[in-house]
Design a protein around this ligand. Sequence first.
Ligand code: PSU
Ligand code: MN
Length: 304
Amino acid sequence: MTHPMLSVTAEVADALRDGAPVVALESTIISHGMPYPQNVAMAREVEGIIREHGVVPATVAVLDGRPRIGLGADDLELLASHGDVAKVSVRDLPFVVARGTHGATTVAATMRLAALAGIRVFVTGGLGGVHRGAQQSFDVSADLTELGTTDVAVVSAGVKSILDIGLTLETLETLGVPVLAYGSDEFPSFFSRSSGHTAPMRVDTPAEVAAVMRAKWDLGIAGGLVIANPIPAEDEIPAEEIGGIIEQALADMDALGIHGKDATPYLLGRIVEITGGTSLTANIALVRNNARLGAAIAREYAAH
Ligand code: PSU
Ligand code: MN
């Protein structure tokens, strides 16, 4: 029953066979989204939070060319510290698999592999989206197109304002992707609870999220859902404060001529540098918060 190209751990395979809740986790956030060793500590901690809620975590990556659903401690350490782990979006999957190399999966590639394995809920920090200046650069993350086609609900803290949040929301609408803000009337902007953009839809309980997931797929509307979970108030960096830092990181990126798949990792690293690590603390806090919500949604979804 398991797709022949996937290696699924026994724990994850058993849970899926029994209809028990499973939450997928991405690995680009580990290899290209945070510095070592905070990245591996975060990865372990998030798996622990999901387990505490009675849900099986399944971190996704490609190791030695093999797509893996569920990883061990050594695998997480390798992804966090190995110098040669490619950032793998959907278009990169065939290349790393054919070559037998290592790859850390983005939201898009993680969704695709999770869906192949039969996992419907996925927890991350922030989504990719429409980059600022995309009118010229055409830089629109494949995370958005994947959300338009692959049946996985993605829990994030919204998108960072390194992106054009308004254009990202417009694109999600075009692609038929429900965007559910959790417990808020406003779409969150990762470090901040606010973004200046009204949330397209609001939900207040995990059961409501699970009901929207079921209704979407029962209607035969293919594709994912975005659950945007605002960072807890005590952990947020106010939009005014982070705004200038993001502007500086974007200006530094332009001065260096960095673009394409290197843009997001550069910006994430530069923001951590400029804030002296404050942004990393907030980033880890919001991932924890998303893990708690994602586990609750997976339990509700599995219960019906
Ligand atoms: N945004 C974040 N943290 C991240 C990413 C985005 O706040 O770690 C990562 C995710 O893996 C996402 C990817 O899928 O960056 C998007 O990259 P790109 O913009 O190149 O599609
Ligand atoms: Mn891009």
